[in-house]
Design a protein around this ligand. Structure first.
Ligand SMILES: [Fe+2]
Length: 228
């Protein structure tokens, strides 16, 4: 790991192996206080929202795991956003922001041709699952952030997925279906291997994202021939 000091800002650039290592260490660990607070709020929201509650129960098998914080440029973009409108989800928005300095920010599409701008500005950290503060056999949970005017291109994965918008707004696209523009409290389901994409317009977005089934298989970019 290399630490670069930029004026009063410390940015950590992680070795590629760190993302996998966070989920593989099994020794008992102390969890981050900010993640503990986040987990409490996440459970409350998950069990309160009809769509996330129906998607899967909040896990009862949570096991703390070592997590090496790893910051990427997207973390600073999110921290610098003006306060995003969150409706009834302001507490979850704030706990997601508060946990971000302790998080292992992911590079899901490293090694693809998605481009450096995407890598720098698309933000994701795991809460439950590989690289997160807890493991569970039943689901994975992530925070996803995108700035305004951003395009998260078509991709797919075997895991079924639900997005719950926490703050801001996004236009959700699913192959073969009409797009939906959703704000705080809006939820959208992606089926197994159903190509999907996400676009922001004049607002950024923060979402709570849950996976069930096939948790260990990463997303891949959808080739154009699958979209005809
Ligand atoms: Fe997805």
């Amino acid at each position: 790991m290399v630490v670069i000091v930029l004026s009063d800002c410390v940015r950590t650039i992680c070795a590629p192996k760190d993302e996998e290592a966070g989920g593989m260490m099994t020794q008992p660990v102390e969890t981050s206080a900010a993640f503990d607070t986040l987990l409490t709020e996440l459970r409350r929201v998950h069990e309160d929202h009809p769509d996330t509650r129906a998607f899967c129960p909040f896990p009862t098998d949570l096991t703390p795991q070592a997590m090496q914080p790893c910051h990427r440029p997207c973390a600073e973009f999110m921290a610098g956003e003006p306060m995003m409108e969150a409706g009834g989800y302001t507490v979850l928005r704030d706990t997601l922001l508060a946990a971000s300095p302790d998080a292992l920010w992911r590079e899901t599409y490293a090694g693809t041709n998605i481009g450096q701008e995407f890598m720098d500005r698309f933000g994701c950290y795991c809460i439950i699952g590989a690289g997160g503060q807890w493991s569970s056999a039943s689901m994975s949970a992530y925070m996803v952030y995108m700035p305004a005017g951003f395009w998260y291109t078509w991709h797919h994965h075997p895991a079924e997925e639900i997005y719950l918008v926490v703050a801001g707004e996004g236009e959700f696209l699913r192959h073969g279906m009409a797009s939906e523009r959703l704000g705080p409290g809006g939820a959208v389901l992606h089926g197994s291997n159903q190509p999907h994409a996400l676009r922001t317009h004049d607002q950024p977005i923060i979402a709570y994202v849950i996976w069930r089934n096939n948790l260990g298989i990463k997303p891949v970019l959808t080739p154009p021939e699958m979209l005809v």
